[in-house]
Structure formats: C-alpha cells, structure tokens
Design a binder for this molecule. Structure first.
Ligand SMILES: Nc1ncnc2c1ncn2[C@@H]1O[C@H](COP(=O)(O)OP(=O)(O)OP(=O)(O)O)[C@@H](O)[C@H]1O
Ligand SMILES: N[C@@H](CCO)C(=O)O
Length: 319
C-alpha cells in the first residue's frame, strides 16, 4: 500500500479548484510504491497523479525535483512534470503535507523484462543523461558511498546476522573493498539513482514514462547505469542473472550515451556498490518496519545475491 494520508473526495474536489484542470470525476488510492501517498485522479479534462510527500521526501528538495523534471520534459524525455496552479505555483499543501498534482503517463511497469524492454530502458536512461548534460541543478546524494558504513552501523550490532548468519562480515569486507576501489575520477552528473522496473512505464517495448525521481541527485553518472543494471538484470530474488537482458541494457545505453573505457572498467565496482546500497536500505527497513505493518518490506537478500554475483563475475560488462 502507499496511502498513508487519507484525503476525502471533498478535499480533492476543493484542491482541484486551485488548478485549471476541470472538476473531479474519480479519485483512487494507488497501492504501489512505499514512500509517498499517491492518488489517481480523473477530472472532466484529464488524468493526473496526486502525490502527498511523506517523511522520506524533504520538502526543501521539491524545487530541485521540479526543475529537473521540467528540464527533462522540455527535452522530450518521457517524465511527468508537476502541474502549475492558476497562479503558477506547483508545490501545494494538502492535509498538512506538501503535495503536487502531476501529469499522468500511460504504461505499466514490467516485472520480468525482456531484452527488447531492457534495451529500450537503456536507451531511455542514455537519453535522460544526454538531456541532463546542461542541467545546472545540484543535489547531494543522501545515500552515496560515504554513507553506507554508517547505515550498516545504524542497522544495529547483531541485526544483520539475524537476517542472515554471517551477513555482518560480508558487509564489513565489502565496505572495505569499496573504500579501496571506489572510483574518484569518473564524470559526475545529476542521475536518477533508483531506475528500477517499477519506475519505468512501458507499452509493449516502448518506454512511455520514467517516474519516481525522489532519489535523484548528483553522483557518478555510470553509477546510474550500475543501479539500473542491478535492478533489471536479475530475477526479483537475485538468484538468476539474465545475460541477454544485461547485454541489451548496456548496448541500448551505450548507443545513446557512449560508455568510456573508464566507465566500463568501473562498472563492476559500481554495481557492487549499488547492490550493497539497496541491500543495506532494505535491511534497515526490514529491521525497523514491524512485520505486520501495512507497507510491504522488500527483501534485502535479493541484493545480497546480486552482490555475490558481481563479486564472482567482474567480466560481465565487457560486452
Ligand atoms: N506520473 C505518473 N503517471 C502514471 N502513473 C504513475 C505516475 N506516478 C506514479 N504512478 C503510479 O503510482 C505508483 C507509485 O508511484 P511512485 O513509484 O512514485 O511511488 P513511491 O511511493 O515514491 O514509490 P517507491 O519509491 O516505493 O517506488 C507507480 O508504481 C505508478 O503505478
Ligand atoms: N527501489 C528501492 C526502493 C526505493 O525506491 C528498492 O527496491 O529497494
């Protein structure tokens, strides 16, 4: 589920009068997602997404996300800009939360991507990176490589081993490896940083939407490729690597945004870092979310499996 804040039909009707978007026909809470409260809104004119920002999105970051989405939409990337109200304001207040009315994009997110879908996603990521080369906004990555040791500590002294015996040692050794090998010289850019299949909308093999930019930040550009690779090229539990999907994703990206020899050489360590990052954030949430909470906890082991795969197969990016 992701409706933390219940908004009544009357409140939505009243909210919509701030905009020139027609009047309310229907409103439905959206179950997918874990971070924010989302509603699908239908008016007499169009469809929209209404998002109320919950605790993980800092309202001070909203202007950065809005400028980034406007920049990408101006360059024809399939992203959903926030809608301005009648006086030009995009960041609203609703039920005590910061809220935005957002353009609805068609499409569905795939659960088991085909190589053609992975290729289209690689291309869309490359196009997004191309479009961002002249974007001047900046946002520090609150989940960057320097924060992972602290995140592991915050999980608690014995908690990682409670998830899987021996996990603490694996994490400590991996943190040491990443500290020694994390690339310092690669090009930096604004990146999406969370381009999982559930954040890409598709119709057949076409990408119709890139959504959920709330982790976007300034970091190593090729790290975005590594995150997307870790998210797309395995079965959900991380047990099975799909070589055809991997090749298609990397080839699609490279066709649009050339991966330099340095980028390619760094991808194994960046992918190990991406796997550890999602393993740790999932482990932290696993430990700190009661098992009977309404939010579905995501399995940290799925990214431990990916980490082990990248440790054992450093050559997979040499396509
Ligand atoms: N602009 C949009 N157009 C169409 N559907 C959208 C749009 N934005 C969000 N959705 C739908 O709402 C769902 C939840 O959105 P989103 O992923 O942004 O939520 P979230 O709470 O930030 O989730 P998480 O961070 O866990 O992925 C998506 O899976 C998608 O189905
Ligand atoms: N994509 C993240 C959730 C945060 O958006 C994960 O699957 O762990």
């Amino acid at each position: 589920m992701a409706v933390y804040t219940k908004v009544s039909a009357e409140e939505i009707e009243d909210f919509l009068t701030r905009f020139d978007v027609g009047t309310l026909v229907s409103a439905k809470g959206i179950a997918e997602g874990v971070e924010n409260s989302n509603y699908l809104i239908e008016t007499t004119q169009d469809r929209f997404i209404l998002t109320l920002y919950e605790k993980r999105v800092d309202p001070n970051d909203l202007p950065f996300f809005i400028t980034m989405l406007d920049h990408l939409a101006d360059k024809n990337c399939p992203v959903p800009p926030m809608i301005s109200d009648r006086v030009g304001i995009k960041i609203q207040k609703l039920c005590g939360k910061s809220a935005c009315l957002i353009k609805f994009l068609p499409g569905i997110s795939v659960t088991t991507p085909t190589p053609l879908q992975a290729r289209a996603t690689g291309k869309a990521l490359g196009e997004m990176h191309n479009a961002l080369t002249d974007f001047t906004g900046k946002r520090a990555n609150s989940m960057d490589h320097d924060t992972w040791r602290e995140l592991a500590t915050d999980c608690g002294p014995n908690e990682l081993d409670a998830i899987a015996p021996g996990l603490q040692v694996v994490v400590d050794e991996e943190l040491d490896h990443l500290d020694q090998n994390w690339p310092g010289e690669l090009p930096i850019s604004v990146i999406h940083a969370d381009l999982f299949p559930d954040n890409v909308l598709m119709l057949d093999d076409q990408v119709t939407g890139l959504i959920d930019f709330y982790f976007s930040c300034t970091d190593i550009r090729a790290y975005d490729v590594a995150v997307t690779h870790a998210a797309w090229c395995f079965s959900e539990d991380g047990e099975k690597f799909d070589a055809a999907v991997s090749e298609a994703l990397i080839t699609g990206y490279d066709e649009i945004f050339h991966l330099s020899a340095e980028d390619r050489a760094a991808l194994p360590v960046l992918a190990r870092g991406a796997s550890l990052r999602f393993m740790l954030t999932r482990a932290y949430d696993w430990i700190n979310t009661p098992a009977d909470a309404l939010v579905t906890r995501k399995d940290p082991m799925a990214f431990l499996n990916r980490l082990k795969f990248y440790q054992e197969n450093p050559d997979i990016f040499q396509i």
